[in-house]
Design a protein around this ligand. Structure first.
Ligand SMILES: Cc1cc2nc3c(=O)[nH]c(=O)nc-3n(C[C@H](O)[C@H](O)[C@H](O)COP(=O)(O)OP(=O)(O)OC[C@H]3O[C@@H](n4cnc5c(N)ncnc54)[C@H](O)[C@@H]3O)c2cc1C
Length: 426
């Protein structure tokens, strides 16, 4: 039986993107290759195979750490939470094993025929051969939906600057965009800064207008926002924003940068405020541009098979050795971290089945994704609103506890992935 003590060439698995999907894939694969029950297994009878497979996982990410993206609305309101939500890869106990290497960099080219990636890092170029590749690069989201920075230090400077502007906002804060991100930002700001006037502006007649969710979900959300004293303007598009310098004779009206802003709305009215957060959602998939175009759909999502493999009908060589998981993959349902972790887990299991076949001659049993109906949990300060098929609409502290607990789900994800637990020693 092969073991880690034997001089075997380990399988090389390259993971692009070290967030929910990428870390779930890396850590479940590590469990499986050590013959253990994998951490996301919910089968009580599962004891693992007991059979080891040498593996070397490389995670490439332009960031220097894992970022809890779900927490971004809270990170914009609290430096304490911002500090918690970005954890450097070097500080994640589960990753501190010789079988996992984290590289801060980005892929500049991929040769899927020879299975070699070219990675650009600050220290130079790396040519990385791989047996299996998992693309977990998510969506390209603009600030404030996601951080701008690639290092924890710069990210904390970014959140501190936003917070200073919020604290000094004597004429209030305006959040533009009544999608999930804008709503959560407005709600977290109001909860942590109750004395500051918060206005949420949305161009459509109803909130969450781009989500395929029941109208009652948006209506309940609006009810909660208004009950929390968030001034919510619907059917009003911001047509222009003018920036005025700090007016010395009106000391205290501007923000920390000495500016105030006048917004003109499509309704004809104007609004003056100290700070504007533009949360109109703008995102595009991050599928590496050097992949053949026929791997992706017309919007740029990778057309994965239910096994998470690249599409068999694409022109890419070795399609079956290339996987995608998380937001970058085209699948049904609203893009969610839970789905990203699940997909990373399934990609790991299917790759492990292929390794088992090659090393032990077993017959692979692949897992396939099921279709997902739209559902969402929305944190609204001290409460939350949820809608999931089968559960229906829910609202209240229990809903908040279920989906987010007290830290917008940071510990739920951290514990589920077991990031704080070192890998068991042999
Ligand atoms: C503000 C906000 C609130 C949200 N709230 C919720 C919620 O309450 N519940 C929920 O389930 N979901 C929520 N989501 C959605 C959830 O965050 C995403 O579905 C989830 O982050 C997807 O995980 P992922 O691993 O696929 O991608 P991401 O988390 O986006 O991670 C992608 C990773 O890939 C890296 N990367 C990017 N390009 C490259 C490249 N070329 N090479 C290598 N690495 C690369 C990035 O740096 C990043 O680390 C929210 C999203 C936002 C923006």
């Amino acid at each position: 039986m092969p073991s880690f003590d034997e001089p075997q060439t380990p399988f090389k698995v390259l993971i692009l993107g070290g967030s929910y999907a990428g870390l779930a894939a890396a850590l479940n694969l590590m469990d499986l290759c050590h013959g253990r029950r994998n951490r996301f297994s919910i089968d009580e009878a599962d004891k693992g195979t007991g059979r080891k497979i040498p593996v070397q996982v490389t995670i490439v990410d332009p960031r220097d750490g894992y970022y809890h993206l779900i927490g971004q609305p809270l990170a914009l309101s609290s430096q304490k939470f911002a500090e918690t939500f970005w954890v450097k890869y070097a500080d994640i106990p589960a990753l501190q094993t010789p079988n996992i290497r984290c590289v801060q960099g980005s892929i500049s080219s991929l040769d899927c025929g020879s299975k070699t990636a070219t990675i650009t890092t600050a220290k130079g170029t790396i040519h990385e051969p791989y047996d299996y590749l998992i693309t977990c690069t998510g969506l390209r989201r603009e600030y404030p939906s996601a951080p701008r920075s690639l290092t924890r230090e710069k990210y904390l400077a970014e959140t501190a600057e936003n917070l200073a502007n919020v604290r000094d906002a004597s004429r209030g804060v305006v959040v533009i965009g009544g999608g999930a991100v804008g709503i959560e930002i407005a709600a977290e700001l109001k909860m942590l800064h109750p004395d500051i006037a918060i206005t949420l502006i949305h161009s459509r007649a109803a909130l969450l207008s781009s989500e395929s969710l029941p109208a009652e979900f948006a209506a309940k959300t609006l009810e909660v926002l208004r009950a929390s004293n968030i001034n919510t303007l619907l059917g009003a598009r911001v047509t222009s924003i003018s920036e005025e310098p700090y007016n010395e004779t009106q000391k205290g009206t501007g923000n920390g940068n000495g500016k105030e802003y006048t917004l003109t709305l499509s309704t004809g009215s104007t609004l003056t405020t100290s700070h504007v957060i533009n949360a109109v959602s703008r995102f595009t998939p991050t599928a590496p541009s050097f992949l053949p175009a026929d791997v992706c759909d017309e919007q740029g999502y990778i057309r994965v098979q239910p096994t998470l493999e690249f599409p068999a009908d694409s022109s890419i060589p070795n399609a079956g050795d290339h996987y995608a998981a998380g937001d970058v993959a085209r699948w049904s349902g609203i893009k969610r971290a839970g789905a990203a972790m699940h997909q990373g887990h399934y990609a790991a299991r299917n790759i492990h089945q292929k390794m088992m076949q090659r090393v032990y001659g077993t017959v692979p049993e692949f897992v396939s994704l099921a279709e997902v109906e739209p559902g969402m949990g929305l944190a609204l300060g001290k409460t939350a609103v949820g809608y999931f098929p089968g559960m229906g609409l829910s609202e209240g502290e229990e809903t908040r506890e279920l989906f987010f607990q007290g830290d917008l789900g940071f510990m739920i994800c951290y514990k589920w992935m077991q990031l704080g637990t070192p890998m068991p020693t042999e």
